[in-house]
Design a protein around this ligand. Structure first.
Ligand SMILES: [Zn+2]
Length: 288
């Protein structure tokens, strides 16, 4: 089994912090020659790096995941994120975090995902929404399998006659915004995946010294494993090695499509539990 030594792991963790858990094709090839191993083994060897970004104040159970995009041949780390003063339903699982990370960075076809532990039922359902769900390989420490093996007789987008899939959805056309937003936030809104509710939504978190973080809404045919834009953005913050309490957040903007706004309450609740001084700015978008 290919493994990195503690010093290499430390270096990789520092590197991953700077890129929010992104490893390019060139970096993966270099690491593969360092370990002299297959790509599958390398993705598994990166799991401890992914798990080091876990924030699990409730369970103390650190989970890491690495998603691989076939098109760009790059990898994206993910880790579980728990909120100590919020409902457990807000927890972001490592698989969601890695897939969200890949999606926000333009990945189109996740062909395999390595995970430190077997995916829970919730994550199996979340992954079933992917464009690649029928051929997605799942690599666990002691078992390599397929999502179709782990989730037979599944309920997915096809049951609701939804032709779109997560990572392969239409670009949302926007007519106007209630106030100005950055072009990046606009682009994230246009790439949000909300085929069931049409509640397209995205979040921008501006920090004083650590840059800007984005999140998008990702729905699921079963509704429950949907990922809110705030969870999506906070997961990105965690992959930069930050928490919202220590990131010097100066502004949070939530943009949602007009008439369907249902992300406001959850955004406020999460923020209030950390810092009551930050009031999110709300913007609505008129769809074209
Ligand atoms: Zn899970």
């Amino acid at each position: 089994m290919a493994v990195f030594n503690p010093q290499q792991l430390q270096q990789l963790q520092e590197q991953a912090k700077r890129t929010c858990g992104y490893f390019s094709k060139a970096q993966l090839s270099e690491l593969q020659s360092q370990l002299n191993c297959s790509l599958d083994s390398l993705l598994k060897a990166l799991l401890p790096v992914a798990a080091s970004f876990s924030q699990a104040p409730i369970s103390h159970f650190n989970v890491g995941a690495v998603a691989y995009d076939e098109i760009t041949q790059s990898a994206y780390l993910g880790a579980n994120l728990e909120f100590s003063h919020q409902a457990l339903s807000l927890v972001v699982h490592a698989e969601q975090s890695a897939i969200n990370n890949a999606w926000l960075n333009g990945a189109k076809e996740i062909s395999f995902i390595a995970i430190t532990d077997a995916p829970c039922g919730y994550c199996r359902q979340f992954m079933n929404e992917l464009s690649t769900s029928k051929r997605l390989s799942i690599m666990l420490p002691t078992l390599d399998t397929k999502l179709t093996e782990l989730l037979p007789s599944s309920f997915g987008p096809q049951e609701l006659d939804n032709p779109e899939r997560l990572l392969a959805s239409n670009i949302v056309a926007i007519k106007s915004f209630s106030s100005d937003i950055s072009s990046k936030l606009q682009s994230h809104l246009q790439h949000a995946y909300a085929p069931y509710s049409k509640n397209f939504a995205a979040v921008e978190i501006c920090t004083q010294t650590h840059g800007v973080f984005y999140g998008r809404y990702a729905e699921n045919a079963a509704y429950n494993p949907s990922l809110s834009p705030m969870q999506s953005a906070l997961s990105q913050l965690a992959l930069a090695g930050l928490t919202i309490e220590h990131a010097n957040v100066v502004e949070v903007t939530l943009v949602q499509s007009e008439g369907f706004e249902n992300q406001q309450a959850v955004t406020e609740a999460v923020l209030a539990s950390y810092n009551a001084n930050i009031k999110p700015k709300y913007v609505t978008a008129k769809l074209a």
